[in-house]
Design a protein around this ligand. Structure first.
Ligand code: FES
Length: 115
C-alpha cells in the first residue's frame, strides 16, 4: 500500500515544509525528506504530495504536466492521480507513494511513514 494518506496518524511522522502562502495555486515544490524525493502540488488551493519518481522507469514525474488531479510523466506519458498515487494510464502499472499533507497555522506539513 503506497497511499500513505490513509495511514493511521500514529504511523506517520510530520515534517514542517514552508508557509502555505509561499506555494500558490498551480505551483509545485520539490523537497527531500529522509532520503525521499517528493513533490508537493497546490491544485486549486489543496495540497498533495507524491513521490517525485515514476514507477515505470524512474522518470522525473514531478516535472510533468497536470490534467486535473493527474500528473503526466514527461518521459513516456504514464499518469498518476496525485491524491492517491494510483496509476491511471500506461505504460506504468504500479502505483507511486502519496503522502498526507496538513496545513497547521498556515504552514504546510508533509507526513512520511515511520520506519
Ligand atoms: S518513466 Fe514515466 S512513463 Fe516511463
Amino acid at each position: 500500500m503506497l497511499n500513505y494518506t490513509t495511514l493511521d496518524e500514529t504511523k506517520i511522522e510530520y515534517y514542517e515544509i514552508i508557509p502555505a502562502s509561499e506555494l500558490p495555486n498551480g505551483e509545485r515544490l520539490f523537497i527531500e525528506i529522509e532520503g525521499n524525493s517528493l513533490v508537493i502540488f497546490n491544485i486549486a488551493g489543496q495540497f498533495f504530495a507524491i513521490a517525485d519518481i515514476c514507477s515505470h522507469d524512474n522518470g522525473p514525474l514531478g516535472e510533468g504536466d497536470l490534467e486535473g488531479f493527474n500528473v503526466i510523466c514527461p518521459r513516456h506519458g504514464a499518469e498518476f492521480d496525485v491524491r492517491t498515487g494510483k496509476v491511471v494510464q500506461l505504460p506504468a502499472v504500479d502505483d507511486i507513494p502519496a503522502y498526507p499533507v496538513q496545513v497547521r497555522d498556515g504552514v504546510i506539513f508533509v507526513g512520511i511513514p515511520k520506519e
